[in-house]
Design a protein. Structure first.
Length: 511
C-alpha cells in the first residue's frame, strides 16, 4: 500500500506541476501579447510629429495602456481592440508597428493630418473590421495585402492623396460592406473582382481619375445601395443590370463622359432612390415620366446634358431640395408655356435650389412661384424664351440669394417687392425687354453684391438709394435709356465698384 500511495502522490504532484507550468506559459504569452501592444502604441506615438491638442499625453508609463486616450482593450485578454484617434489634428505618419496589434478590430484616424503611406503591415491584422482614415494627407498606393484582412467590413480612405489603382485583390473580402476612396488621385478601372463582394452596399470613388466603362457587376450584388463615381473620366453607358437593383438609394455619375438614355420606368425600378446625379455627361432622350414615383428623391442633378422634351410632373417629390436641369434642350419654346411643372414644386417644402437656365422653356412664369419653398435660395431661369412680366410675388421668397433671369423675353416693370429679398446677393435680369424705373427699393438690399440690368429699356434716373447697397461690387446698367445725372453716391463707390453705365443718356462725370 505504501508503494501505491507513493505512486498516487507522485501522479497528483505531476499534474499539479503541469498545471502550474501551463498557467505560467499562458500568463507569459498573455503578458507577451500585452507588451507587444504597449510597445506598438509607443511606436505609434513616436511617429506622431505634432499633437497640438495634447491627445497623446496620457500615453505614458504611469497609466496602463488600456487607459490611454483613444485605446480600447478587450475585457478578457486586455489586448487592444480599437484605436480611435479621429479629429485630433495629429500630424506625422502611422507606424508599421500597428501591424503587431493582432487583436485590432477597428482603426479610426479620420480628419487628422497624417501623411506618408498606408503601412502594408496592416495586412497582418486578421481580426480587422474597420479601417477609417479619410481626410488626411496619405500618399502612395493602397496595399493589395489588405485582402488578407478577411473580416474587413468598412474601408474609408477618402480625402487623401492616394495614387495607383484599386487593388483587384480586394475582391476577396466577402464581408466588405463599404469602400470609400473619394477625393484621391486613383486611376485605372473599377475592378471586375468586386463582383465577388456579396455583402457590398456602397462604393464611393468620386473625384479620382478612373477611366473606362462602369463594370457590369453591380446588378448581382443584392445588398448594393449606393454608387458614387462622379468627377472621373468614365465613359460608356450605365450598365443595364444596375437598374435591376430596387435597393439603390444613391446613383451619382456626374462629370464623366457617359452617354445613353435613362430607362422610361426609372422611378419604378428605383423606388428607394434619394439622390440622382447624372449631370455634365452626354445623356440624351427625355426625363422619364416615372421619376415622379421615386417619392423619396431629395436631389436631382441632370444639368449639362442633351435631354429634350417636357419636364414631367414632379408633384410627388415632396422631399426635393435640389432640381438642376440647366444646360439642356428641355421645353418647346412655345408661348403656350412649358413651365407648369414649377407649380408641382410647391409641394417640395424643402426646396433650396431650382436651376432650369439655358434651355428652351417658353411661356410665362406662373404666379404659383410665390408658393415655392421659403427655403429657396437659388432661382435660375436665365437663357430661355420666357415671356410676360416678372411676378411681383417673387418678393415672397424671402431667402433668395441668387436670381438669374437674363436673356429671356420678360417685359413690364421690375417688381418693387424684390426689395423685400433681404438675403439677395446677386440678381441678373439683363438682356430682356423690361421698362420703367429701376426700383428705389433696391436700396433695401444691404447684402446685394452684383446687379445686372443691362440691355433693357429702363428709363428715368438711377436711384440714389443705391447708397444702401453697402456690399455692391458690380453694377452693370449699360444699354438702357437711363437719364439724369450719375448719383454722387455711385461716384463715391466707383474706386471699388465694377461699373458700366455706357449707352445711356446720363450726364455728369466719373473720376
Amino acid at each position: 500500500m505504501g508503494f501505491e500511495k507513493l505512486i498516487s502522490v507522485l501522479f497528483v504532484s505531476y499534474f499539479c506541476i503541469l498545471h502550474v507550468l501551463i498557467l505560467h506559459s499562458c500568463l507569459a504569452l498573455r503578458l507577451s501579447g500585452n507588451e507587444t501592444d504597449r510597445l506598438a502604441l509607443l511606436e505609434i506615438k513616436a511617429s506622431i510629429t505634432n499633437d497640438p491638442l495634447g491627445a497623446l499625453t496620457s500615453w505614458n508609463e504611469t497609466n496602463h495602456f488600456c487607459n490611454w486616450r483613444g485605446v480600447t482593450c478587450g475585457r478578457r485578454h486586455k489586448r487592444v481592440t480599437v484605436l480611435d484617434l479621429k479629429f485630433l489634428k495629429l500630424s506625422g505618419s502611422l507606424s508599421p508597428h500597428v501591424g503587431n496589434m493582432s487583436f485590432l478590430r477597428g482603426i479610426y484616424l479620420d480628419n487628422n493630418n497624417l501623411s506618408h503611406g498606408i503601412p502594408p503591415e496592416i495586412g497582418r491584422l486578421s481580426r480587422l473590421q474597420d479601417i477609417l482614415w479619410q481626410n488626411n494627407s496619405l500618399s502612395g498606393e493602397i496595399p493589395s495585402n489588405l485582402s488578407r484582412c478577411s473580416r474587413l467590413s468598412r474601408i474609408a480612405f477618402g480625402g487623401n492623396f492616394l495614387e495607383g489603382r484599386l487593388p483587384a485583390e480586394l475582391g476577396t473580402l466577402s464581408k466588405l460592406r463599404t469602400i470609400t476612396v473619394d477625393l484621391n488621385k486613383l486611376t485605372g478601372s473599377i475592378p471586375y473582382t468586386f463582383a465577388n463582394l456579396s455583402s457590398l452596399e456602397w462604393v464611393g470613388a468620386s473625384s479620382n481619375n478612373f477611366y473606362g466603362s462602369i463594370p457590369d457587376i453591380f446588378g448581382q450584388l443584392t445588398h448594393f445601395k449606393m454608387l458614387g463615381l462622379d468627377y472621373n473620366n468614365l465613359s460608356g453607358v450605365i450598365p443595364p443590370s444596375l437598374f435591376n437593383l430596387s435597393s439603390i438609394t444613391i446613383l451619382a455619375v456626374s462629370v464623366n463622359h457617359i452617354h445613353g438614355t435613362l430607362p422610361p420606368n426609372l422611378g419604378f425600378l428605383f423606388p428607394s432612390l434619394e439622390y440622382l446625379s447624372v449631370g455634365n455627361n452626354q445623356f440624351s432622350g427625355t426625363i422619364p415620366v416615372s421619376i415622379r414615383n421615386a417619392s423619396k428623391l431629395n436631389s436631382l442633378w441632370m444639368e449639362t446634358n442633351n435631354f429634350i422634351g417636357e419636364v414631367p410632373s414632379l408633384k410627388n417629390l415632396k422631399h426635393l431640395d435640389t432640381l438642376n436641369l440647366a444646360y439642356n434642350n428641355l421645353g418647346s419654346g412655345e408661348i403656350g408655356g412649358d413651365l407648369g411643372f414649377l407649380c408641382d414644386l410647391t409641394n417640395a417644402t424643402r426646396l433650396q435650389r431650382l436651376l432650369i437656365d439655358t434651355n428652351n422653356f417658353g411661356g410665362m412664369l406662373p404666379q404659383c412661384i410665390a408658393n415655392l419653398s421659403s427655403s429657396l435660395f437659388l432661382f435660375h431661369v436665365s437663357t430661355n424664351k420666357i415671356t410676360g412680366s416678372i411676378p411681383n410675388a417673387i418678393g415672397n421668397l424671402r431667402n433668395l440669394e441668387s436670381v438669374w433671369m437674363s436673356e429671356n423675353r420678360f417685359s413690364g416693370h421690375i417688381p418693387l417687392d424684390i426689395g423685400k429679398l433681404q438675403n439677395l446677393y446677386e440678381i441678373d435680369i439683363a438682356s430682356n425687354s423690361l421698362s420703367g424705373n429701376i426700383p428705389s427699393t433696391f436700396g433695401n438690399l444691404s447684402q446685394l453684391g452684383e446687379l445686372n440690368l443691362y440691355s433693357n429699356n429702363l428709363q428715368a434716373n438711377i436711384p440714389s438709394s443705391f447708397v444702401g447697397c453697402r456690399n455692391l461690387k458690380l453694377l452693370f446698367l449699360q444699354d438702357n435709356n437711363l437719364s439724369g445725372i450719375i448719383p454722387p453716391q455711385i461716384i463715391a463707390h466707383s474706386s471699388y465698384l465694377d461699373l458700366d453705365l455706357s449707352q445711356n443718356r446720363l450726364t455728369g462725370s466719373l473720376p
